[in-house]
Each structure stands twice: as C-alpha cells, then as structure tokens.
Design a protein around this ligand. Structure first.
Ligand SMILES: Cc1cc2nc3c(=O)[nH]c(=O)nc-3n(C[C@H](O)[C@H](O)[C@H](O)COP(=O)(O)OP(=O)(O)OC[C@H]3O[C@@H](n4cnc5c(N)ncnc54)[C@H](O)[C@@H]3O)c2cc1C
Length: 487
C-alpha cells in the first residue's frame, strides 16, 4: 500500500478539527482531515458560542457568517442559578452568547476549511498509529479498503472516545457518569414569553431555550426519579413532558421532537496534550457535563492556540520547543473547565432543602457586580491569559509580566495614514502583528524568523485600558494575546 505524506493529519472533522485545519492551512501547512462520518450529523449537541469564541472567529474575519445565523442573548447562567451572568458588561465587541446550533457551526467551519484548501477525507476511520522521532504513521479503513498516511504531526480532534488518545497511550483519568439527564429538541405549541427560562426546585431541573433554527426549542430536564436510567435508554416525549410539568407546571405543548436523547456527567482530562508528535484538542482532551455550554468553545480555543504554533514549526519559522507551550497554556484552561462544570453540576442537581438553600445564597451573591463579572469572564473565557511567554523575546522587547499573555479585545486603531481600523481586521492572515506606536522613535529589530512571521503597523490605540498605554510597541500573537512589549 502507498504511503501518502502530509505535514499534519487532523483526525476528526468536528468543530475543533475544522478550526484547527483552517488555522494550519492559513499558516501554509499541508493538512489533511480524516473524518469517520461520510456525512455531517443533523442533530446539534452544542447551542452556544460564547464571547471569546466569537472573538477568535473575528480574528480570522469570519464571525459575521456565524452572527448572521445565530441569535444573541446578553446573559448566560452558572449552575442554573436564578441570577443570570451579565455578559453585557464584558470588555468585548461580542458581549453576548450567540445561540446557534452545532450543526450550523460545523457546517460554517467546514466550509471555511474547504475555502482554504484543506484536504478532507470523509469516511476514513483511523484505527492504528505509530510514531518515531521523525514522523507519525496512521492507518485505518475507508470505502476502498484500508489507507495509510504518514505525517510530521498528528492531532487527535476525534472527540470523547478518541482513538488517537488511546493509540498514543495518553491516560484519561477522571470519573464515570453517575447520572443521566434528558434533552429534547421539540416544537412548543405554547412557547414561553421570555427567550429562555430555567428552574431548579425540589422536583428537578428544567431549562428551555431556543435552538437557533427558529423552529425548535431545546428542553433539558433532570427528573430526580429518573437519573439512574441508563443513557442508552431512549427518551420518550411523554417522559420529558412529565419532567417539565413536575418542575414548572406546564410542558409548553411540546410536540414533534426532532431529537430526544440522554447525556451524563462523565468527567475526564488527558494527562498530557502532547505525546511526541501527537497532540490532543477539544473533547479528545477534556470531557465533562455540558454545563454552561462550554465544551465546543474551549475546544475551538484549543485549536486557535495550537494552530499557529504547529504551522510555525512545520514551516521552520519557530523552534520545536514552542509546541510544548500548547500543553502548558491549554491544560490549565481544561482543568478550570472541569472544575467549573463539576461545581455547576452540583448546583444544577441541588434538589434537597440544603441544596436549594445553597443555591439561594449563591444566587444572591451574584447580585454583587464583581462576583457576577468574575464568573461571566470565566464562562465567556475572556479572562484566559498565558503569562509565561512561549518564545524568547525578540531584540528590544520584553516579556513584561503585567501584560504578556493577556487577550486583547478588538481595540480601535488610528493608523499613520489617517485611516481607522479595528485591531482584529489586521490579524485575518494568522500572523504575528507588531503594533508600533506612531510617536515612538525606535522600532524593535525583528530579525530572522520573526521578520517572516510578522506584519508591522504604525498606529495609535483608541480606547483600551491604562496598562496598554506605556508601551511604544507591542508584538501580538496570532491568537490575539499580547506576546511582548517594547518600552
Ligand atoms: C447535550 C450536550 C450539549 C452540549 N452543549 C454545548 C454547548 O451549548 N456549548 C458548547 O460549547 N459545547 C456543548 N457541548 C459539547 C460539545 O458538543 C463538544 O464539546 C464538541 O462537539 C467537541 O467538539 P470536537 O470537535 O472536539 O469533538 P466532536 O464534535 O465529537 O467531533 C469528533 C469527530 O471525530 C470523528 N471521529 C471519531 N473517531 C474517529 C476516528 N477513529 N477516525 C476518524 N474520525 C473519527 C467523529 O466522527 C466526529 O466527527 C454539548 C454536549 C452535549 C452532549
């Protein structure tokens, strides 16, 4: 059998695989996606894109495609507490949760990967992986029999049951599922007047939200008497309606189910996101109860973090050591995701008198703006920072501890030629950006690899926080975080 050679093979064409493949293609890398399914799934697990994911899409100039198909809601929830998280106070151009079905998100991300020339092989199931110091060999099955691919690097974006993770021998410790919850995408004959509602009381938990397709509502229900039902047992519409009536006194006339399913609270995280030439991203690296609608979002952000690093190394612009910063930067984010979803699971299922009292206490604390904001920043992921610089600073620049690694919102820029542009509009190509303040007399020497990897712009910042002011130049990473600053 002939070995086909690529720079990077991405296993799994879910949202994370598509995002990563696009970032690699943008970086000039020959990338192939191997996806088991011959066609896209029509059901949508995820319904939300949170602010940082929207920023990531804006950094690449494609966010409008998503905004056009979704519905913004200015609030989110934490553990279904009555006091909502107020996203409208966040320092971002996207201070809302965008309700958009995962099927739409995947279709848009796949379309983008195709536009960028990604080599996509559907109906390809990876079953074998071997690596040495030079390359990784994948094998698997497809329509025509079997296939083999040789790649310099492989990324497992192949979901919770990741074959890549198992074949690379990466441990996935955590806890098994201890309960099952129900979901249904249904038509509501008598929909609620508010866009989304949620309730937890002694009879269970109920959440109702628009799916985003304009037709269906997503119902999520926890019936305390039915949490031991195996996830494999089909959900009956009447079972879901009964759970809703118990909690809130109506089933909203639910009918015409498009999808009924159960899910659980299995929680695990890979011990390492890199094993030699093999990387993990998205659900392959972390799984948890889908509380707060974060899994897809964090996975897409994993892809954003890994893409430019892999592209830089494959193209010989960056040293191999840069790749270790992927685990260093993203594993703690995954660990925090696990922590907050465990905490939210406990609150969502706090049906006892003591549990309900705890919910009330926390809900009242969320009226304190600073507390509300802290959790809003966490769920929206706008507070993610990477304080340890992943590369030595170029000449004349510094890894200043206060600023380095922080995410920059889409600040306004006043360019030397008199024009005004949003910062993100200068980052669509996925390159580093050297922002040189107009008044500064000297410019840092971006020699060697930096020169090939960096766009240079002279401009003044419009707006932004005080801590951005003292710097004469700022080198911004392709993922929109501050890299280095020049005084
Ligand atoms: C009920 C529910 C609700 C959710 N709601 C939200 C939400 O609102 N917001 C949110 O952010 N997240 C949510 N999530 C989580 C979200 O769905 C996942 O985090 C997301 O799908 C992960 O994307 P992924 O690309 O990592 O993996 P997946 O979407 O699982 O994609 C993996 C891909 O790999 C392919 N594959 C698997 N094995 C192989 C193989 N051996 N060879 C080739 N291909 C393979 C699969 O066919 C699949 O296409 C929810 C999850 C559930 C269960």
């Amino acid at each position: 059998m002939r070995h086909e050679e690529v720079d990077v093979a991405v296993v799994g064409g879910g949202p994370v695989g598509w995002m990563l493949a696009s970032e690699l293609a943008l970086g000039g890398v020959k990338v192939r996606v191997l996806e088991r399914r011959t066609e896209r799934v029509r059901q949508s697990r995820a319904l939300t894109l949170h602010p940082r994911t929207l920023e990531v899409l804006a950094l690449r100039g494609v966010v409008d495609r998503f905004l056009a198909r979704g519905r913004p809601l200015p609030a989110a929830h934490y553990g279904v507490l009555d006091t909502r998280l107020d996203f409208s106070v966040l320092d971002t151009a996207f201070p809302f949760t965008l309700f958009i079905p995962q099927a739409e998100t995947e279709a848009l991300l796949e379309e983008r990967a195709r536009e960028l020339g990604v080599d996509i092989r559907r109906g390809h199931v990876v079953t074998g992986l071997q690596q040495d110091s030079e390359r990784v060999e994948l094998e698997g099955t497809c329509d025509s029999g079997t296939f083999r691919v040789r790649a310099r690097y492989v990324v497992g974006a192949d979901g919770a049951r990741s074959a890549v993770r198992a074949l690379a021998g990466i441990p996935f410790p955590g806890t098994d599922s201890t309960m099952s919850l129900m979901l249904g995408d249904v038509v509501l004959a008598e929909p609620p007047s508010q866009p989304a509602i949620s309730r937890v009381n002694q009879d269970g938990c109920l959440m109702v939200a628009p799916v985003g397709d304009g037709l269906h509502h997503r119902i999520v229900a926890v019936d305390p008497e039915r949490t031991a039902v195996p996830q494999s047992e089909p959900v009956r519409l009447e079972e879901l309606a009964h759970a809703a009536r118990k909690v809130i006194g109506t089933d909203f006339g639910m009918c015409r189910p498009f999808w009924l399913s159960r899910f659980g609270n299995e929680t695990r995280q890979a011990t390492t996101y890199r094993q030699g030439r093999v990387f993990l991203a998205g659900d392959a690296a972390h799984i948890h109860m889908p509380a707060g609608g974060q899994g897809l979002n964090v996975g897409v952000q994993d892809a954003m973090n890994l893409g430019w690093k892999l592209a830089g190394v494959v193209r010989g612009i960056a040293p191999e050591s840069l790749l270790d910063s992927y685990h260093r930067e993203r594993h703690p984010v995954g660990a925090r995701l696990i922590q907050n979803t465990l905490s939210q699971t406990a609150l969502t299922c706090a049906f006892s008198p003591a549990g309900l009292a705890l919910r009330e206490t926390l809900s009242s604390l969320l009226h304190i703006p600073a507390a509300n904001r802290a959790l809003a920043e966490q769920i929206s992921a706008v507070d993610v920072a990477y304080p340890d610089a992943p590369l030595p600073a170029p000449l004349g620049m510094d890894a200043a501890p206060r600023l380095v690694g922080k995410r920059l919102p889409d600040l306004g820029l006043h360019l030397d030629d008199g024009s005004r542009r949003p910062l993100y509009s200068l980052m669509h190509e996925g390159r580093w950006l050297l922002l040189q303040r107009s008044a500064a007399s000297s410019r840092p020497a971006l020699e060697g690899p930096w020169a090939k990897w960096t766009s240079v712009v002279s401009a003044e910042l419009q707006g932004g926080t005080e801590e951005l002011r003292p710097w004469s130049s700022m080198l911004i990473r392709p993922d929109g975080h501050v890299g280095y600053v020049g005084a």
